[in-house]
Design a binder for this molecule. Structure first.
Ligand code: ADP
Length: 924
């Protein structure tokens, strides 16, 4: 608008003010209108016109029956292209498009009726760019004729245009609705459907729309859409829409086009920064495409991008969570099964050892040793299976159908039970027919034979057990009969479910997990067979397994599998010499690379030979040569001797740990059996593990494998790695005592070993078996917790002092504080409590940096609790409540405390920064 012209003093006083309209009015030919010259206008009209022209608020006054218009500057935008032609013209003519709506009310006001006012009223106005949706708040007032001239008087209109506010609020509401109503979507398709529903409700702004998604190849496919009209698209619009969408997809920019039917707009849709599709929208023809409109459409595009992106990442996340949950469920099921399986051979191993130890001069018969071998080998197979699973990070291994000499294998498997039955005063008869070499999954067969036989022995307090294997043409039949406690008809249906035990008076004292028969059922199913039970309480039970008999051709592997002795004897390997001292010989075949460092040529060769099973090996004669090789070769594992010329093992380990390029490489130290100090200092220097000489090939291989495995796990994705590592560590923990047991047994089976050495081997094996047993129980408890089941506890009244002493016997440096800890008897499960105390002592020692103390106090008189504190000064790790601790042992300890009615808490005091409190019940 031009600047207001100066006011001319000769004008009619009513026009003597500033402003475009005052100027126009002053010059206007009023005589050509029904109003005549302004000097003849009624006084009231003159007064109102003077006021209107001076007002800064949009106003118009219309006069007489013909509604002749006089308006001010503020009213010009409402007229748009009708200005300035509207001055002195009639309102019904100028606003013909809405006169039907407003005419009657205007006439009523003109006739002297009440004022009319309204807010945010929609009018479709024609202001020069086609019909347009507008909103006004207005007030119409009657202006009366003052008697100077006859006539109907006038109508004063005061108004404010509200289009911006009303449309703005509506658009904002749509953006909100988009965000709210799509917020929950976890499925991108569903999110888009919902988006289209919301957009369809914005019929005043958008008349139709479609989403085009880009496939993997970038090809656009039309997805969900909406249409609020019953339009029939013109060809122009259809072609235009296609063109717009394509242009938008190529340029990544908002693209628009105007057709006869209105505007079309295409908006790019992005998720995670990538273009994933195009949203096409047909705009309402009454809404001009101005700056605010474009800005809003941009926001709609952003919001849809957000919806699609969030739903896609939610879907990903959900899929991940589901996969993890499945993995977890599968894994804990697998873990509990394996832990259960570990227990049977362990028990079978412990029995004869216990017997032998009870003698003044412990010895074992050859049958006992053979039976123990069998159990120990089964244990080893199970542990290796665990490692395997950790490696693959999935649950059960796939079926491995191989030729199996079933009769020999079955005899081997039952042998340890014959020894155990003998000890328990049971008669166990085995009748195994020769059934031939069959195609079978041997591990599955083992679990069937072992679990059924173990149960028969377990649930037969006295009497007999019969194990039978025979075959007719097509079937293999395995029957285990016992004269034991039997199973009621009602219970027979549930004994094959996981964790289902029958707690009768007789069976409650028998330890079990409720997994054995579930494992059997699963194996029978996997082998395509059936299992039946026939039993009555007090009369014993008969379990019959029938499997299809698939005859296989015998192979070398079968023969090896069936004879334990062959396995034991085939252990020592004569090693081929691998790539001595040079990096060139290393193939890059994706297998682990192992550097073997030893100054003794024989050992170097043997180690390299054994490890050739594991990966490619390179050897060095001492630390210096090893470092030279490592300057241009990255290896996955270093196996090093400790005593060597030039640079010894310790020196090598320290240099590796200080070198950023090799600081992460795992190192296994080879140390002499005599010098445990060497092993300790190797670990202190940063070795990951050590193997004492002499070692069996199997032991070395297992250690290297688990070390490599742990290293690999450490570098893998954290969440999965944590679980897998737990498994690997568990099997690794099992391996150390296992290897001691194995070497003791190996020694026992050799001729010419003197009695002292035999006795010593039995003691060593027994000690380690106890450790193994403890580990497996702990792990099994962990599995029960993972399966959401409470732990079981058998409580008795025991002297706390005795219990603490027994528990901490082998924990060096733990001090029992006798002053404060008086004699007291507690009601607890002694085995579990001992285990909890051992765990806490280790934790306190690791957590604090002072000596570990134990003391107990009875709680306030009247209460019956005894608080056993395990504490250490100083604190190395931030304290965490045991219940939230991830570690299996603390988790199990917490649950074990709860199982016997106690609690376990972690507190800290100024003096004792690491302090666990185990609350037990005082016995009467
Ligand atoms: P558990 O570890 O408890 O032995 P199983 O799954 O092997 O778990 O067996 C489930 C239940 O079936 C046992 O708790 C026991 O009550 C019953 N059972 C299994 N075998 C026999 C048997 N030979 N005689 C009597 N009861 C048995």
């Amino acid at each position: 608008m031009s600047s207001p012209p100066a006011v001319d003093g000769s004008r009619d006083p009513i026009f003597a003010c500033s402003g475009e309209m005052a100027e126009r009015c002053a010059r206007f030919d009023w005589a050509s209108t029904p109003l005549g010259e302004p000097s003849t206008w009624p006084a009231s009209m003159r007064a109102v016109v003077g006021m209107v022209l001076r007002s800064r608020f949009p106003m118009t006054v219309t006069w007489g029956d013909e509604f002749v218009m006089v308006y001010n500057d503020g009213y010009i935008p409402t007229l748009g292209a009708k200005h300035p032609g509207a001055l002195g013209s009639s309102l019904p003519h100028q606003f013909a498009e809405i006169w039907d709506e407003i005419g009657p009310r205007q006439r009523a006001v003109l006739a002297g009726g009440e004022s009319e006012s309204d807010e945010d009223v929609p009018f479709v106005l024609e202001r020069g760019s086609g019909p347009e949706e507008t909103f006004y708040t207005f007030c119409w007032s009657h202006v009366s004729l003052d008697g100077q001239a006859p006539g109907p008087g006038g109508v004063l209109t005061v108004l404010t245009e509200r289009t911006g506010e009303v449309v703005g609020a509506r658009r904002l509401a749509l953006l909100n609705a988009l965000a709210m109503r799509t917020a929950e979507s976890t499925d991108p398709d569903e999110a888009l459907e919902r988006t289209m529903h919301v957009l369809a409700e914005a019929g005043d702004d958008l008349v139709h729309g479609s989403y085009y998604s880009a496939g993997a190849t970038g090809r656009l496919t039309r997805g969900p859409g909406f249409d609020t009209t019953t339009r029939d698209d013109s060809e122009q619009a259809r072609d235009g829409a296609r063109r717009l969408v394509e242009t938008c997809w190529t340029t990544g920019e908002m693209t628009e086009e105007r057709w006869d039917s209105g505007y079309g707009v295409a908006l790019p849709v992005r998720a995670s920064g990538r273009r994933v599709g195009v949203l096409f929208l047909g705009l309402h023809p009454l809404r001009p495409l101005d700056g605010a409109h474009r800005q809003w459409l941009g926001l709609v595009g952003d919001q849809v991008s957000q919806v699609v992106g969030t739903a896609a990442s939610r879907a990903d996340e959900q899929a991940r969570v589901e996969a993890l949950a499945q993995l977890d469920a599968a894994k804990s099921e697998f873990l509990s099964t394996v832990s259960h399986e570990l227990r049977t051979p362990l028990t079978l191993l412990l029995g004869p050892l216990d017997d032998a130890l009870a003698d003044a001069e412990p010895t074992l018969s050859s049958v006992q040793v053979a039976s123990m071998h069998q159990s120990a080998h089964r244990l080893l197979r199970l542990v290796n299976g665990l490692l395997d699973a950790a490696q693959r990070d999935v649950e059960p291994r796939p079926a491995r159908i191989e030729p199996v000499a079933v009769s020999a294998l079955t005899r081997d498997l039952v042998l340890p039970f014959e020894v155990a039955a003998l000890r328990g005063g049971l008669t166990l008869t085995t009748t195994v027919d020769e059934v031939g070499v069959l195609s079978l999954d041997a591990a599955r067969w083992e679990s069937i034979v072992i679990n059924l036989t173990a149960n028969a022995v377990k649930y037969t307090p006295s009497g007999w057990v019969e194990v039978e294997l025979d075959a007719d043409g097509e079937h293999l039949r395995f029957v285990v009969r016992d004269s034991g406690i039997g199973i009621s008809q009602a219970d027979q249906s549930r004994i094959f479910d996981r964790f289902q035990r029958i707690e009768t008076d007789t069976s409650v004292s028998v330890e079990g997990t409720g997994l054995g028969l579930a494992v059997v059922a699963e194996s029978v199913r996997a082998l395509g067979g059936t299992i039946e039970v026939d039993s009555a309480p007090g009369e014993g039970s008969v379990f019959t397994v029938r499997l299809p008999r698939l005859v296989a051709a015998p192979s070398e592997e079968t023969e090896q599998r069936s004879t334990i002795a062959a396995e034991v004897l085939a252990r020592d390997v004569t090693a081929p010499d691998a790539g001595e001292g040079s990096a060139e010989a290393m193939p890059d075949d994706g297998r682990p690379r192992v550097l073997v460092v030893d100054d003794n040529e024989g050992i170097r060769g043997r180690v390299a030979g054994v490890l050739a099973d594991l990966g490619s090996t390179v050897t060095a004669r001492d630390g210096i040569e090893a470092l030279e090789i490592l300057t241009d070769l990255q290896v996955d594992l270093v196996v090093t001797d400790m005593t060597m010329p030039r640079l010894n093992g310790l020196g090598l380990i320290s240099r590796l740990r200080a070198d950023p390029q090799h600081s992460g490489v795992p190192v296994i130290a080879l140390s002499a059996r005599a010098g445990t100090d060497a092993a300790t200092s190797a670990l202190a220097a940063g070795a990951d593990d050590y193997v004492t000489k002499p070692f069996t090939s199997e032991e070395l291989l297992a250690r290297c494998r688990s070390t490599l495995e742990l290293t690999r796990l450490r570098t893998e994705h954290a969440a999965t790695a944590a679980r897998a590592a737990m498994l690997a560590e568990f099997s690794h923990d099992l391996q150390t005592p296992m290897s001691v047991v194995m070497s003791a047994l190996e020694m026992l089976s050799l001729p010419g070993v003197d009695d002292d050495a035999r006795a010593d081997a039995v003691v060593r094996a027994r000690d380690r078996m106890v450790v193994l047993d403890r580990l497996v129980r702990q792990f099994l408890d962990g599995s029960r917790i993972a399966a959401g089941l409470p732990l079981l506890a058998v409580t008795a009244s025991v002297d706390l002092h005795d219990l603490v002493r027994r528990a901490l016997l082998d924990q060096r440096g733990v001090v029992v504080d006798p002053e404060e800890s008086g004699p007291v008897r507690v009601l607890c499960d002694p085995r579990r409590t001992e285990q909890i105390l051992r765990t806490l002592a280790v934790r306190a020692r690791d957590g604090g940096d002072g000596p570990v103390g134990v003391r107990w106090t009875t709680s306030a008189p009247g209460a019956d609790g005894v608080d056993v504190e395990v504490y250490a000064a100083g604190s190395r790790q931030p304290s965490q409540a045991p219940a939230q601790h991830n570690d299996l042992d603390l988790l199990v300890s917490g649950a074990a405390a709860a199982a016997q009615g106690g609690t376990l808490s972690l507190g800290s005091t100024p003096q004792h920064d690491t302090r666990f409190v185990l609350r037990l019940t005082e016995a009467d």
